[in-house]
Design a protein. Structure first.
Length: 117
């Protein structure tokens, strides 16, 4: 029996979920480390790793694919000029998720940092 792959929903419709992941990816590319919830960081990791793989090849087609995913020219420029060449000889695993303590006061969600290795 074929089972469907289930991604995290975050209590949002699909267009808002896509915008959330895109926004987190843009922030990660520009700042190189961000703090978010653990679930969002784990969901963001494959999205960003695919973008870095695009940036390693540095062709027009890969630049257009990254632009379609990020929709931010400044982030794409940094991705292809600084981040892509940094991982040219690495085969994968460009990001790291470091768990933090709980938030504590009102919602107690697990927090994490996601950063480039």
């Amino acid at each position: 029996m074929a089972y469907t792959k289930k991604a995290r929903v975050f209590g949002r419709p699909s267009n808002q979920r896509r915008a959330l992941i895109r926004s987190l990816a843009r922030s990660l590319v520009l700042h190189e480390t961000i703090e978010t919830t653990e679930a969002k960081a784990k969901e963001l990791r494959p999205f960003v790793e695919r973008l870095v793989t695009y940036a390693k090849t540095n062709t027009l087609a890969s630049r257009r694919l990254a632009e379609a995913k990020l929709q931010d020219p400044a982030a794409v420029k940094k991705l292809f000029s600084a981040i892509g060449p940094r991982y040219a000889d690495r085969k994968g695993g460009y990001t790291r998720v470091v768990k933090r303590t709980k938030r504590g006061t009102n919602d107690a969600r697990k927090l994490a940092y996601i950063a480039f290795v």
